[in-house]
Design a protein around this ligand. Structure first.
Ligand SMILES: [Zn+2]
Length: 533
């Protein structure tokens, strides 16, 4: 009898606790109403028709660091002038963005985002798509992926978000309370577009403090992406945040300081109009599987390829393909980032897992078709940067051993331990015990028929960088230090090329050709001949 009573008592207690929590949690409509009041009230907010802003913006990229898991690099410093028509939610941003690395460069460009389409005038990236390269002056239509990401962030940072939520109560539901840094925030979901926003309210002021999305990141899997609002100032009776910071898993990756703000200054219609040539046939916002973090953060570093397929330019490339460089050596090309597949007697070795698990799945299936189901037993990662390692999980899930350079194994151990339930390409499995081999100096795979090697080389790009070498066919593999064929060789070695030449010498190998993690294939002799010039 006593045994039978225990679960019953327990469930009663649980029911009481649940009821108590439910009564303690304010109603969602009260939270939203209080926030609207704290922002000056519905009337003051509703009277804002246009918004003009000048701001300074800094962005950081955590996964392009020199040391795996180390300090973030500053990605760019920018100024931006934005005008927004709040009724149509059309917005124009005129950017001047200064990038310090890898080579100092400045992009001056305009973005126009409407409900239907997006447009970029000017050059905003090193990885321009074909439409941008062909247009004179340079301009292009935004991909549906970029449009969706831009619209999401426009909505998230809109000073009228809470007013919109109040007017659409059927899209608002409770998210309970969420703790961040010792503060417990009463929170609600707002279902707008393809992904809910989680609005977290300052318990003291009632203002929206954090607006969160649950994103997928190719390195860290399931991540939180929070817009943190602060420095509230009154403009025309409405209170609007002058400080907007974005936190990725708790680290600030973007900081916007509004330096000037005016409301209800009329905006000439043509300022918000996308030219016909770029609006006709423009994709609407993508509605599913938007790789928000990829789209947003590749823009941070000025290398975003604006395409509806993140791996390649849909306007220029028919897709990924295998390029045979030698018997049993296939270069995966056709996209912005390449891998190399090497056939051994009983298994395959792949160098680099760029972009995403989508690209990895493509490569795995092409390899399977070509090599009669030989398994990929080793994935050798040249370095930890998100664009060359972000597809590692697909290989780990296949059972491949991950081979990485000196000082990076602990980083990849943590990466494989991170949950990734939001990966659109891969069902979540436990990858924590997948083998990782850290190469101190040199790694050799030899099955009696073929020898594949990897060497740690000193270089200015990433600590623990590896280059690969298939000795019987004298083909090397290099990423980011040299992109063979992407551009003619310079007159003198730059620091990256000098590092490669020194690394080859130190390794004692004699490559005839190098295949690149970018670009194509190039003869090594002309590069080596630049030494001493
Ligand atoms: Zn890199």
């Amino acid at each position: 009898m006593t045994r039978a009573a225990t679960p019953l008592t327990l469930s009663l207690v649980i029911a009481l606790v649940v009821m108590a929590c439910a009564t303690m949690q304010p109603k969602t409509s009260d939270l939203v109403g209080r926030a609207v009041q704290a922002q000056g009230g519905a009337e003051a907010l509703g009277s804002i028709k246009t918004l003009s802003e000048k701001a300074t913006v800094r962005q950081w990229e955590p996964e392009q660091s020199m040391v795996a898991g180390g300090d973030m690099r500053i990605a760019n410093d920018a100024t931006v002038e934005t005008v927004t028509d709040l009724a149509t939610r059309a917005t124009r941003s005129d950017w001047v963005r200064n990038f310090p690395a890898p080579a100092s460069r400045t992009f001056t460009f305009t973005e126009i985002i409407t409900a239907e389409a997006g447009y970029v005038a000017g050059i905003d990236t090193t990885s321009r798509n074909k439409q941008s390269r062909d247009a004179n002056p340079p301009a292009h239509t935004m991909s549906g992926l970029r449009l969706a990401a831009s619209q999401r962030e426009t909505l998230r940072s809109s000073p009228l978000l809470l007013l919109e939520m109040q007017r659409n109560p059927e899209r608002v539901s409770s998210a309970g309370s969420i703790a961040v840094g010792g503060t417990s925030y009463p929170s609600v979901y707002y279902q707008a577009g393809s992904q809910p926003l989680i609005v977290m309210f300052d318990p003291a002021t009632g203002l929206p403090a954090r607006i969160r999305t649950l994103d997928y990141d190719n390195i860290w899997g399931d991540v939180t992406y929070d817009l943190v609002l602060a420095d509230w100032q009154t403009v025309s009776g409405a209170r609007i945040a002058m400080s907007r910071k974005y936190e990725l898993n708790g680290r600030v990756v973007m900081e916007t300081k509004v330096t000037e703000r005016t409301v209800n200054v009329p905006i000439a219609a043509d300022r918000l109009t996308i030219p016909d040539a770029f609006r006709t046939g423009a994709p609407g916002p993508a509605t599913r599987n938007v790789p928000y973090q990829w789209v947003i953060r590749r823009q941070f570093i000025g290398f975003y390829l604006d395409s509806d397929q993140p791996s390649y330019d849909t306007k220029a490339s028919p897709g990924l393909r295998l390029q045979e460089l030698a018997p049993g050596v296939q270069h995966v090309v056709g996209g912005s980032h390449n891998s190399l597949i090497v056939e051994m007697k009983d298994f395959l070795v792949v160098f680099d897992a760029p972009v995403s698990d989508w690209q990895s799945n493509w490569t795995l299936s092409a390899a399977r078709a070509k090599y009669l189901k030989k398994p990929v037993k080793y994935l050798i990662l040249t370095h930890h940067h998100m664009d060359h390692a972000g597809g590692l999980r697909a290989y780990a899930a296949e059972g491949a051993t991950i081979v990485t350079g000196k000082g990076t194994a602990e980083h990849f151990r943590r990466v494989l331990a991170a949950p990734y339930t939001r990966d659109p390409e891969l069902p979540a499995t436990d990858l924590r015990r997948r083998p990782i081999v850290e190469v101190a100096d040199k790694y050799v795979l030899n099955d009696g028929q073929r020898q594949v090697q990897a060497f740690v080389i000193d270089n200015p790009h990433a600590d623990g960088m590896l280059i690969g070498y298939v000795s019987d066919v004298r083909v090397g593999f290099v990423t980011d230090l040299w992109s063979p064929g992407a551009a003619p060789l310079p007159d003198k070695l730059n620091p990256g090329l000098a590092a490669l030449v020194a690394g080859v010498k130190k390794a004692g190998i004699s490559p005839e050709k190098f295949a690149g993690g970018h670009g194509g294939v190039g003869d090594y002799a002309p590069l080596a001949a630049l030494e001493g010039k």
